[in-house]
Design a protein around this ligand. Structure first.
Ligand SMILES: CC(C)(COP(=O)(O)OP(=O)(O)OC[C@H]1O[C@@H](n2cnc3c(N)ncnc32)[C@H](O)[C@@H]1OP(=O)(O)O)[C@@H](O)C(=O)NCCC(=O)NCCS
Length: 166
């Protein structure tokens, strides 16, 4: 068995996850990564208006997703999977967990923005049922556009799932 095939569990984040989350942030986002104090700030707000889910494999954090909850709306803050664990459905599991938490907290709409050049994230969010609302030109500091997306509660499932449902 490869290291990737060990079971990955999802659990709510705790304050002690900050260092590991920050390591993944730096690995994935480089100069654009959240600073350690930004990660701390997010986790300090866990019982207020933030919920983070982490993916844990062999007691190591390998992914996370954060959502801002302000019923009736919610906003996906971030989703990230360590490079060695990508492509195995983990991003999808993390986003689904955040979506389910939003519905449990009486949110009815979830928004997010994603870089227009981030094919993996666009695909991930579309697979989770998000649809494109529009484009914000030059949204990011390097001039890249942002794609605004939204998921509504009880939105019809993506076409692929409808096809499977027969
Ligand atoms: C985006 C990210 C979280 C996806 O995580 P993952 O665990 O690899 O995603 P999954 O394995 O669950 O795949 C989800 C969907 O995205 C697709 N996908 C994954 N990587 C892809 C890639 N490089 N290019 C195109 N599509 C991709 C998968 O095929 C899947 O689609 P499907 O359900 O139609 O088959 C991961 O690539 C990542 O951490 N990227 C860097 C951080 C980032 O950009 N985060 C988003 C912005 S905040």
């Amino acid at each position: 068995m490869t290291s990737q095939s060990a079971a990955v569990k999802l659990r709510p984040a705790i304050r002690a996850d900050a260092e590991r989350i920050h390591v993944i942030e730096r690995r994935l986002f480089g100069a654009d990564a959240w600073s350690r104090s930004q990660v701390d700030h997010e986790l300090d707000r866990l019982s207020l208006d933030r919920w983070y889910v982490v993916a844990e494999q062999r007691e190591d954090v390998v992914g996370y997703c954060g959502i801002f909850l302000s019923p009736p709306d919610a906003d996906v803050q971030t989703v990230a999977v360590d490079p060695g664990a990508q492509g195995a459905g983990l991003g999808g599991r993390l986003v689904d967990a955040a979506v389910q938490m939003a519905w449990r907290q009486d949110c009815t709409r979830i928004f997010l923005e994603v870089r227009a050049d981030n094919a993996a994230a666009l695909r991930l969010y579309q697979a989770a049922g998000f649809t494109k609302l529009g484009i914000r030109r030059n949204y990011y500091a390097d001039g890249t556009d942002a794609v605004n997306m939204r998921l509504r509660r009880n939105e019809p499932a993506p076409l692929t799932e409808v096809a499977h449902a027969g």
